[in-house]
Design a protein around this ligand. Structure first.
Ligand code: NAP
Length: 294
């Protein structure tokens, strides 16, 4: 049983709209604000929640505020816009993917108003947002996390506190580095198998059960075999996330080869109009390696 709380939602994009609907189904969603007003008005007429005119109005009515916006500057501008209406004790749950430092900046802006931030980036894509099966990686105070946990459990299946503010984003960045390495190697292996003239569907079937398998091999190698890359995890979004990883690594004085080579590949894919395809489209750059191409 989720305790009664007024929950407001900001950022009704591909992810946020589904998370907001799940909060509504749990009886928690009281209001929403979206930069493009038609989206919050549509959600209000669907769910009966209020469509607020400003983030500050939403803040004045909410005990928990979810944010799920595009990038770092977007989050910081939303936080500024919340400040005039914020109530003491409010918890802001940010599900955007931003740098750990941005989460810490946001928390520092909220603190004087007596409000707390939990950085809670998610993994699992639009499907996970729709089905409430997201992995939610949290950073913040233990006591705040425990207060928010019943609400967080409404949007995700795996919810974990990884450390203080910023730890959720650092964990998400770790995940994005993993995704880069795995998609790279799946694409190279598939290009090799293709060059060897192997039956690709059968190779996926057999190796999918082997030690070198992974979620990406089982679910995305078939895209490569078919040469179709429907929008899933978009190149454009992963590119944004890997830039965050690059900057975070640079703070330790490190340059990560897998991150750099993936960013170089994504630059080529973005320039050639493949930015809205699933990241398995990186196969487009690997198959030509076997015909003397680069
Ligand atoms: P999206 O569909 O592009 O939606 C972005 C949302 O942010 C929209 O509601 C947009 O408002 C709002 N927004 C952007 N800039 C804003 C600003 N300056 N002020 C106020 N609102 C602003 O993106 P998404 O796919 O939902 O992703 C949202 C976040 O989740 C991103 O950080 C992304 O990296 C992360 N994420 C995405 C996925 C995925 O599979 N899509 C998976 C995990 C995590 P408008 O409606 O007015 O444009």
């Amino acid at each position: 049983m989720v305790p009664a709380m007024n929950v407001g939602f900001i950022g009704l994009g591909a992810m946020g709209q589904h998370m907001a609907r799940n909060l509504h189904r749990a009886g928690l969603l009281t209001g929403a604000w979206n930069r493009t007003k038609s989206k919050s008005e549509a959600l209000a007429s669907e769910t009966g929640c209020r469509a607020f005119s400003t983030p500050a109005e939403l803040a004045a009515d909410s005990e928990v505020i979810f944010t799920c916006v595009s990038a770092d500057d977007d989050l910081l501008s939303v936080i500024e816009a919340l400040l005039p209406g914020l109530r003491k004790g409010t918890i802001v749950v940010d599900c955007s993917t931003v740098a750990a430092d941005t989460a810490r900046k946001a928390a520092a802006r909220l603190a004087p108003a007596g409000a707390a931030l939990l950085d809670c980036p998610v993994s699992g894509g639009v499907e996970g947002a729709k089905n409430a099966t997201l992995a939610v990686m949290c950073g913040g105070d233990q006591e705040i996390f425990e207060r928010a946990l019943p609400v967080l459990s409404v949007i995700g299946k795996t919810v974990a506190l990884l450390g203080p503010t910023g730890a959720g984003q650092a964990t998400k960045a770790t995940n994005q580095i993993l995704c880069a390495g795995v998609i790279q190697v799946v694409a190279e292996a598939m290009a090799f198998a293709q060059a060897e003239g192997l039956p690709l569907e059968q190779v996926i079937e057999v190796l999918g059960k082997g030690a070198g398998s992974s979620w990406y091999f089982v679910h995305r190698a078939p895209f490569m075999a078919r040469g179709e890359y429907p929008a899933g995890f978009r190149v454009r979004l992963h590119d944004k996330d890997l830039r965050i990883c690059r900057d975070m690594a640079a703070r330790h004085g490190a340059t990560l080869p897998v991150v750099e080579s993936t960013l170089a590949d994504y630059k080529r894919l973005l320039e050639t109009g493949h930015g809205d395809e699933d990241i398995s489209t990186i196969f487009r750059l690997k198959a030509p390696l076997f015909s003397g191409g680069k």
